[in-house]
Design a protein around this ligand. Structure first.
Ligand code: GLN
Length: 550
C-alpha cells in the first residue's frame, strides 16, 4: 500500500517546495523505492495552458499531453521518469469534476458543498496515484502558502487524511523561512512559529520542518524551532541556499531528510542511496573545463521561469560537454537590422525560443538570418523553427511576404499554416497539438547523427505547422526536412546541410531532458557551440601570432 507525503509551504511563496519535493523523491528513489510526485495548485484555471508565462512561468507538457505546472518538469528532471495528466490537479479541475457530477445527478437530493464534496474530490486525487500498486510513496506538493484562502480546502483534505489513514501511511513536511537579520546578526524563528501555528489552527500538524535559510541553523535555533513548533529536533531540517538546484538532494541527504521520512512512515526495507550518476553529473557541473555563450532569443526573457526547461536542458547539456553554458538573454523585440551585429556578436550559438503571437517576431527573423549567414550554430524550437522557415522563405526563396498565418492571416505566402484539425477548434484550453508524437528521421541527416535513431518521439505544443505546399520550393533551395511525422506528413525537423549547425524542430526537446538522459539536441548544439568557440580562439591566436611575426 502506498504511503503519502504532503509538502506544504509557509511564510512566503518561492521557497522552492518543488525542488525540496523532487530532492526527497530522488533520495527515496536512490534507496530503491518507487516514488512519484504530484502538484496540487489552488488556482481556478483548469490547467496552466491558458496562462501567460509572465503569470506562472513555463507551461510544462507531459507525454500524455497535459499542460501542467513547471514543477512537474523538475520532478521529471530529477527522477528521470514520466509524469502524467494525473500529476497536476488544480482547484479548477476539482470544481469542474464536482460540477459535472452534480449535473449528472450523482448527488441527487443533496446540497453540494466545499466540505465534504470538494474536499472528498481533493482526497480522491491525493490518493489516486497510490492506488495502482505502482508506487511505494506518493509525494504531494500543495501549491501556494498556508494561510491563503484558496488553499484552505487542500489543507483541510490533508487534515482529514492525517486522521483517516494509519499514522505510518501519511506525513506532512512544512517548508518555511528562517530569515537572517543582518543588522541584528541573527536568525529569526518567529515567521516559522507563526506559520506552523497557522497550519495547526487548520488541524494539520507537520512532522518535519524544512527551513530555508541563508545561514547555518545551529543547534540552539534547531532546538528553539523544535520546541515552539512541537516537532522532534532531528525533524528540523536546514535547507541552505544552494549553488545549483541539483545540489539540493545532496544537502537533504546530509540532513537525513530521507531517513526521517522512512522512519516516520515505518519503511524498513531500503538500500544505501545509489547516487553515483547524480554525483558524477554534479562534479561535471561544478568543474567545467571551458565556457560557451549562448544567446536565448525570446520575448519573455525578463522572467527566467518562462524558459525553465530550456535553461535546465542547457545545464544538462553543458555538464555532458564539460562546459559552462552562459546564457545571454536577448529580447527579440529590440533586435533590428542595425543592431543585430552588435547584439549577437561574441555568441557561440543562438537559440530562438518558442512563443505565441506577433510581439518580437521581426527580431527573431533577423536573428535567424544573422546565425545562418555567419555560420553561427542555430537551434530553433517550435516558433523558433517556424521563424527559420519564414526567414529562409523571404531571403532565399524570394517570397518577400512569407509568413505564418498566426501573425498575418492574409499573407500571400503562408509558409507556416494552421494545422487542418486545429481550424475547427474554437475552445482555447487544452486544444493544441499536445504531448508525444512519433517522428521519422532521414538517414544521414544531422538529426540522424544527433539522435542515432530513425524513429523518435518528442512532445509538442502548437497549432501551426510547416505548409507542405512549399515543400518542393524549400528543398530545391537546400533546406532539408529531415524529420516528418509518419502518420500525417507534418514536418518536425528542418536543417541546412551547408551550415556548421542549423536545426529547427517543431517539437519541444527541452521537455524530455533529464539529469540522467540529457536531450541529444541540446547536447549536440552545445557541442557545436564549443567547436565554434574553439575555432574562434584558434583564429584569434593565429591572428595574434601573425601580428607578432609582423
Ligand atoms: N505559436 C506557434 C504555434 O502555435 C508556436 C508554438 C510554440 O512555440 N510552442 O504553432
Amino acid at each position: 500500500m502506498a504511503k503519502y507525503i504532503f509538502v506544504t509551504g509557509g511564510v512566503t511563496s518561492s521557497l522552492g517546495k518543488g525542488i525540496i519535493a523532487a530532492s526527497l523523491a530522488k533520495l527515496l528513489q536512490a534507496r530503491g523505492l518507487s516514488v512519484t510526485i504530484q502538484k496540487l495548485d489552488p488556482y481556478i484555471n483548469v490547467d496552466p495552458g491558458t496562462l501567460n508565462p509572465y503569470e506562472h512561468g513555463e507551461c510544462y507538457v507531459t507525454e500524455d499531453g497535459a499542460e501542467t505546472d513547471l514543477d512537474l518538469g523538475h520532478y521529471e528532471r530529477f527522477l528521470n521518469s514520466y509524469t502524467s495528466q494525473a500529476n497536476n490537479v488544480t482547484t479548477g479541475k476539482i470544481y469542474q469534476t464536482v460540477i459535472n457530477k452534480e449535473r449528472a445527478g450523482d448527488f441527487l437530493g443533496k446540497t453540494v458543498q466545499v466540505i465534504p464534496h470538494i474536499t472528498d474530490e481533493i482526497k480522491h486525487r491525493m490518493l489516486l496515484l497510490g492506488k495502482g500498486g505502482k508506487f511505494d510513496i506518493v509525494i504531494t506538493e500543495i501549491g501556494g502558502t498556508v494561510g491563503d484562502i484558496e488553499s484552505l480546502p487542500f489543507v483541510e483534505a490533508v487534515r482529514q487524511l492525517q486522521w483517516e489513514l494509519p499514522e505510518d501511511r501519511v506525513m506532512v513536511i512544512h517548508l518555511t523561512l528562517v530569515p537572517y537579520l543582518k543588522a541584528a546578526k541573527e536568525l529569526k524563528t518567529k515567521p516559522t512559529q507563526h506559520s506552523v501555528k497557522l497550519l495547526s489552527e487548520n488541524g494539520v500538524h507537520p512532522d518535519v520542518l524544512v527551513c530555508r535559510t541563508e545561514e547555518p541553523l545551529g543547534n540552539d535555533i534547531r532546538r528553539k524551532i523544535a520546541l515552539f513548533c512541537n516537532v522532534k529536533q532531528e525533524a528540523v531540517i536546514e535547507a541552505m541556499d544552494a549553488s545549483t538546484i541539483y545540489e539540493v538532494p545532496m544537502l537533504m541527504l546530509r540532513e537525513k531528510l530521507d531517513l526521517i521520512c522512512l522512519k516516520k512512515l515505518n519503511i524498513t526495507e531500503y538500500s544505501e542511496p545509489k547516487l553515483d550518476k547524480w554525483k558524477a553529473y554534479l562534479d561535471k557541473l561544478k568543474y567545467p573545463k571551458s565556457k560557451v555563450t549562448i544567446g536565448l532569443i525570446g520575448k519573455y526573457i525578463e522572467l527566467q521561469d518562462a524558459y525553465k526547461s530550456i535553461l535546465e536542458s542547457f545545464i544538462h547539456a553543458g555538464a555532458m560537454n564539460e562546459v559552462k553554458v552562459q546564457v545571454i538573454n536577448v529580447h527579440s523585440e529590440f533586435i533590428t537590422k542595425d543592431n543585430v551585429q552588435e547584439k549577437l556578436e561574441g555568441l557561440d550559438g543562438l537559440l530562438v525560443a518558442p512563443g505565441f503571437g506577433n510581439r518580437g517576431i521581426d527580431g527573431k527573423i533577423i536573428a535567424v538570418q544573422y546565425a545562418r549567414e555567419q555560420g553561427l550554430p542555430f537551434f530553433g524550437i517550435c516558433l523558433g523553427m517556424q521563424m527559420a522557415v519564414i526567414e529562409y522563405g523571404r531571403n532565399i526563396l524570394g517570397l518577400k511576404d512569407a509568413h505564418s498565418t498566426e501573425m498575418d492571416a492574409n499573407t500571400a505566402n503562408p509558409v507556416i499554416n494552421m494545422m487542418e484539425e486545429q481550424k475547427k477548434i474554437k475552445m482555447m484550453g487544452g486544444t493544441m497539438r499536445l504531448g508525444a508524437y512519433p517522428c521519422e528521421i532521414t538517414q544521414g541527416s544531422l538529426a540522424h547523427k544527433i539522435y542515432e535513431a530513425t524513429t523518435i518521439s518528442e512532445r509538442h505544443r502548437h497549432r501551426y505547422e510547416f505548409n507542405n505546399d512549399y515543400l518542393e520550393q524549400y528543398t530545391a533551395k537546400g533546406m532539408v526536412m529531415s524529420g516528418v511525422n509518419p502518420d500525417t506528413g507534418l514536418v518536425e525537423i528542418i536543417e541546412l546541410p551547408n551550415h556548421p549547425f542549423f536545426i529547427g524542430v517543431q517539437y519541444h526537446p527541452e521537455l524530455k531532458s533529464t539529469v540522467e538522459a540529457p536531450a541529444p539536441l541540446f547536447v549536440n548544439f552545445i557541442g557545436a557551440a564549443k567547436d565554434y568557440n574553439d575555432k574562434k580562439d584558434s583564429l584569434k591566436s593565429s591572428a595574434a601570432l601573425q601580428d607578432s611575426l609582423i
